[in-house]
Write a protein that binds this ligand. Structure first.
Ligand SMILES: [Zn+2]
Length: 254
């Protein structure tokens, strides 16, 4: 079963790549079929097999030889890993499907935010609405899902406001607020606290070198780091390991 789920995850990952590339460009995700971004030659079915085609083609377009980003096979592998991970986490059933779909949305948000510095509302607000509708099928109460929603939105608005008061600069945007509120529906209020804590740690650890490497005109911190990917990462770590990490942390304090 895990093997089947992994294979399905690879195929879903291939579709996630299409979403990541096309949605911010306002293109349809179903038509036309996949094309090389460099020469626009349609990619034939046997050159579009997840991961394998990338390896067979040596990471280059068959028609024009333009290099294909290693991100394509990596997103496919990540999708397969998340599918199997969610299967083990929730067991076969609706919660597995819901949380896997949610993790796919987080993956798409992550790479769109990295590429374009936006988090489309259709994913954050859409994920919020879907999550609230699906609570009866998830291992979470309505009280906790709504508390997560409110805390996720409210907490980040407070952080953004405080950051602005201190630095007179916008560190995060409204997209991050909607994303954390959406995450809260699936993780509850504890997950929101964990996510913002983990995202801040990861953002500090990876974000400062990232900002420094991208600096333009000498002002390093002006190249603000997209925060969405860190929120997504924190939320996924919470769903898989949150309980154990929290237990370990409070045991450690005691
Ligand atoms: Zn090409």
């Amino acid at each position: 079963m895990a093997l089947l789920v992994a294979l399905a995850g690879l195929l879903v990952g291939s579709f996630l790549n299409v979403c990541i590339y096309r949605i911010p460009r306002g293109e349809s995700v179903v038509w036309p079929s996949s094309r090389c971004p460099a020469c626009s030659t349609p990619i034939r079915a046997w050159d579009n097999v997840p991961v394998l085609s990338y390896l067979v083609l040596g990471g280059r377009c068959r028609a024009c030889g333009h290099p294909i980003s290693v991100r394509y096979p990596l997103v496919e592998l990540l999708s397969a890993l998340l599918a199997v991970g969610m299967l083990y986490r929730f067991g076969p059933g609706p919660a597995f499907v819901i949380y896997y779909a949610w993790s796919c949305v987080l993956v798409v948000i992550t790479f769109i935010d990295i590429d374009h510095r936006i988090i489309p509302d259709r994913f954050s607000l859409g994920g919020m609405a879907a999550g609230i509708a699906l609570v009866p099928f998830m291992p979470i109460s309505y009280t906790d899902a709504l508390a997560g929603l409110a805390l996720g939105g409210g907490l980040l608005i407070a952080v953004i406001y405080a950051y602005y008061l201190l630095t007179k600069r916008e560190g995060m945007g409204g997209g991050d607020v909607k994303l954390l509120a959406m995450i809260g529906v699936y993780t509850g209020w504890k997950g929101v606290l964990f996510t913002i804590f983990a995202a801040s740690l990861a953002g500090t650890a990876f974000g400062i070198p990232w900002a420094l490497s991208r600096r333009e005109g000498g002002s390093a911190m002006k190249a603000a780091v997209p925060f969405g990917p860190f929120l997504a990462l924190g939320a996924l770590v919470y769903v898989f390991f949150g309980d154990r990490i929290i237990e370990w942390y409070f045991g450690f304090l005691a």
